[in-house]
Design a protein around this ligand. Structure first.
Ligand code: NDP
Length: 459
């Protein structure tokens, strides 16, 4: 597979998948799948465009816009839009590549894609954000559609941006159609979509704990370290608290808030709501550091992630961005007693961190840990996006109970499929838990490769 060295994040994501396939018996049993991997590693299409808009001073601004339409074997391209200054083709190709196999694991008919722009929403007025969204969609509209490509939100793109983007698409096409997910509840959005990634992550972790302890334990009473304080982190925190777990950290791109006493009280729902309100205003959690009750209860560590600042952790949930858990962080988490790591973020762990986690799966050792990759643990968001598309097509709105119950089922199916596939294709050492990384990668890959074969993409 020719991977350009100028695409480090994509190369990392590709290698992570390819190595797990190589190290399993998949290619021995089905050597033809090697060909499928070579084909699947190249996007069907990449669209790149300029976005010109006017700021509040009347000055011209320009950004780079992208949509990577990676794979449509299982359904329309589906994946979020990221607005962040770091966005480039390597990052969007890594995200789009992950998205293909993640979407396969939902069990729904969704292809894989990802897009966005190197636009920084921080410090921009609502007016500037609206103008940017209008300019971005003016070009993107010609490449997407409800049966072609259905984007959603990601970092920097929340309900507000989806609204502006949808409005512009509708004006251009003169059609109200389910072309974006994450819409407002009163105009085609699905209940539970904002919550879905964070809630789904916790449902997945519950399955991990249940399996590893033979049903003896749940997340109740566990110390849960979370990074990030955006959409995924907020709802993962709220669901943890609701189920009796204790959230002991939150963070953002400027620093981390960690509890001073890991045996005392964790974050309360009110504190999470306060953080959420700050984030709507695009402010930093550092604002809270000197305010009560935060100042007494939490330590604020500037420019830090939480992982090395907590003496005792049971569950670690990276929920901010890619490569936010290094090899050293992984070792610190294990030293702090972490038993479960599940990624809310995409590619939250570096390859070194994954290697550290994966080599500690023996449950009969004092420091075992079980790791779940983002493409399995965080698929709740795209799964409910798929349910939003189903509701739009049938002009129906389901109750939150119905959506939540489907989400539960999808997360459970994904967990069971990863487990079953790992047992089938990977030799698990005596006393170790099966690799959810390998099982999820192989299960997602087989599904996509088979569909591609049926459609003549490889032969
Ligand atoms: P948000 O924009 O709502 O929140 C992102 C959070 O991560 C913020 O706290 C932000 O800090 C922090 N962050 C962003 N970039 C960095 C960085 N370079 N270093 C440290 N912290 C950073 O995004 P989401 O919650 O939607 O997404 C979080 C992760 O989850 C991403 O990896 C995304 O791809 C993944 N994901 C999201 C899904 C969804 O449904 N939203 C679905 C599946 C995965 P600050 O506030 O300072 O900017």
């Amino acid at each position: 597979m020719a991977v350009l060295p100028s695409e480090p994040e994509f190369e990392q994501a590709y290698k992570e998948l390819a190595v797990t396939l190589e190290n399993s018996t998949l290619f021995q049993k089905y050597p033809q799948y090697r060909k499928a991997l070579r084909i699947a590693a190249i996007p069907e299409r990449v669209v790149q465009f300029r976005v010109v808009w006017e700021d509040d001073k009347g000055e011209l601004q320009v950004n780079r816009g992208y949509r990577v339409q990676f794979n449509s074997a299982l359904g329309p391209y589906k994946g979020g839009l990221r607005f962040h200054p770091s966005v480039n083709l390597s990052i969007l190709k890594f995200l789009g590549f992950e998205q293909i196999f993640k979407n396969a694991l939902t069990g729904l008919n969704l292809g894989g894609g990802k897009g966005g722009a190197d636009f920084d929403p921080k410090g921009k007025s609502d007016n500037e954000i609206r103008k940017f969204c209008v300019a971005f969609m003016t070009e993107l509209a010609r490449h997407i559609g409800p049966d072609t490509d259905v984007p959603a939100g990601d970092i920097g793109v929340s309900g507000r941006e989806i609204g502006y983007l949808f409005g512009q698409y509708k004006k251009i096409r003169n059609q109200w159609e389910g072309v974006l997910t994450g819409k407002g509840n009163s105009w085609g959005g699905s209940l539970i979509r904002p919550e879905a990634t964070g809630y789904g992550l916790i449902y997945y972790v519950q399955k991990m704990i249940e399996y590893a302890t033979n049903g003896k334990e749940t997340i109740a009473g566990k110390r849960v370290a979370i990074s990030g304080s955006g959409n995924v982190a907020q709802y993962a925190a709220l669901k943890t608290i609701q189920l009796g777990g204790k959230v002991i950290s939150m963070s953002d791109s400027k620093g981390a808030l960690v509890v001073r006493d890991v045996d005392g009280e964790g974050f309360t729902p009110q504190e999470i709501e306060e953080i959420a309100a700050l984030k709507v205003e695009r402010q930093q959690i550092s604002i809270l550091a000197n305010k009560e009750p935060y100042a007494t209860k939490y330590k604020y560590i500037e420019n830090a992630r939480p992982w090395t600042h907590l003496p005792k952790v049971d569950v670690a949930l990276p929920c901010a961005t890619q490569n936010e858990v290094s090899g050293d962080d992984a070792r610190a988490l294990i030293a702090a007693g972490t038993r479960y790591v599940a990624e809310g973020s995409n590619m939250g762990s570096t390859q070194e961190a994954i290697d550290v986690f994966e080599s500690h799966r023996e449950t009969n050792t004092a420091n075992f840990v079980w790791y779940a990759p983002g493409k399995a643990a965080n698929l709740g968001g795209v799964a409910v996006s798929g349910l939003e598309m189903a509701q739009n097509s049938s002009r129906e709105s389901w109750t939150s109970e119905k959506v939540d119950q489907r989400l539960h089922q999808i997360m459970e199916n994904c967990f069971n499929l990863g487990l079953k596939t790992a047992k089938e294709y990977v030799k698990t050492p005596e006393g170790a838990l099966p690799s959810l990384l390998a099982g999820s990668n192989i299960a997602g890959f087989i599904k996509v490769a088979e569909a591609m074969h049926d459609q003549g993409d490889w032969w």
